[in-house]
Design a binder for this molecule. Structure first.
Ligand code: UT7
Length: 335
């Protein structure tokens, strides 16, 4: 038997109904649509505002849509992996809760913590699992309820983030022209002081002090993160393109993490790629962390054609970064 290749065979997605637009945000903090659009590029974001619902709810909605699209027997799924930084609970894993709701009887489930690179890192892992020949169907989900960790009195961070989830099915293919082809993942351990959630973990458990000092919200030094993000995403994307002979002519799409439209434009510029070849939905959803890449694939699925060359790239807390090359395996408008 020839080498097994890992392909995505379907995409599902979910964003909450509630739309928080820049006008409403301008009544909550001292900001305005013009600043947010020029500095970040977000027009509106979705917020999961129903009490008692978390990341797992969105993850299972996305996965359910995926299962319905593909019409697979739930008993044929081998694994569910959820990439998230806003898990439903410290434990058990969000993936285990999603698995229960989906009624999967022959699968195992676990979460991956790699911030905004969560989906990319998990895809790399799932592809290796499929290529090993031991697993046939893996659901990879990127999901985050960023509104649960955003301080809506802090104007430097609250316009950026939103809530959402995307899910893909990863399966084997013997067609060597398709699937997950190459990746470069990188982690630079300098990230902690610049982008983190200071409290709630085992170093600093919740207390009245941590609540009084707003230590359960995102702490971000925006300018530093911005610089690292531009450099890491541009360098890694260029490296993956170069070593696989990809350029503006044979590359169909770049799928970048949606953190700031200026970061995305810098990546496109480095590859000399027109913005028409860059998936962009930051204006509607903001930064949904692990959700951005699968939500972009979900939004653009109908435009994707079998044989399209894609580069996915992301950057996040840690500092984690990565880029990967894959060839799309089906005509999106036919699924
Ligand atoms: O997904 C994880 C990775 N995260 C990222 O990639 C985020 C990377 N960082 C960024 O996207 C940008 O740094 C931000 C969007 C967070 C901030 O943009 P910036 O261009 O770096 O702005 P800044 O922080 O340098 O602030 C510039 C000015 C400041 O005013 P002064 O000191 O120049 O008077 C801020 O107080 O803009 C002010 N400002 C705002 N003004 C209106 C900051 N936030 C706002 C706001 N509305 N919402």
């Amino acid at each position: 038997m020839g080498k097994i290749h890992a392909v995505i065979t379907g995409v599902g997605g979910y964003v909450p109904e509630y739309v928080l637009n820049n006008d409403e945000l301008s009544r909550m903090v001292d900001t305005n649509d013009e600043w947010i659009m020029t500095r970040i590029g977000v027009k509106e974001r979705r917020i999961l505002n129903e009490e008692g619902l978390g990341t797992g709810y969105m993850a299972r909605k996305a996965a359910k849509q995926l299962m319905q699209k593909l019409n697979y027997d739930p008993n044929t799924i081998d694994a569910v992996i959820v990439a998230t930084s806003t898990a439903d609970y410290h434990f058990p894993s969000t993936a285990s809760i999603v698995l229960g709701h989906l009624g999967l009887k022959n699968a195992f489930a676990f979460d991956i913590s790699a911030a905004c690179c969560g989906f990319l890192y998990t895809m790399d892992l799932a592809a290796a699992m499929i290529e090993s020949g031991r697993y046939k169907r893996i659901i990879v989900i990127g999901a985050d309820k960023m509104s649960s960790v955003v301080d809506y009195t802090e104007r430097a961070t609250c316009p950026i983030f939103g809530d959402g989830a995307g899910a893909v099915m990863v399966e084997p293919s013997e067609d060597e022209t398709l699937g997950w082809k190459d990746s470069k993942l990188s982690t630079d351990g300098k990230g902690l002081p610049f982008l983190c959630l200071k409290a709630g973990g085992s170093v600093c458990p919740p207390s009245y002090f941590t609540i009084d000092h707003k230590m359960h919200y995102i702490h971000q030094e925006g300018r530093t993160v911005f610089k690292y993000a531009v450099t890491a995403m541009s360098d890694l994307t260029a490296e993956i393109a170069e070593r696989n002979g990809l350029n503006k002519d044979n590359l169909a799409w770049v799928v970048p993490h949606q953190a700031n439209v200026r970061i995305i434009q810098a990546v496109a510029h480095r590859l000399e790629l027109p913005m028409e070849k860059v998936m962009l939905n930051i204006q509607r959803y903001g930064n949904t962390s692990a959700g951005t890449l699968p939500l972009a694939l979900w939004d653009y699925e109908k435009k994707l054609k079998k044989g399209d060359n894609l580069i996915l790239t992301a950057f996040g807390a840690g500092f984690v970064s990565g880029a990967a090359y894959m060839t799309w395996a089906y005509d999106g408008d036919k699924l």
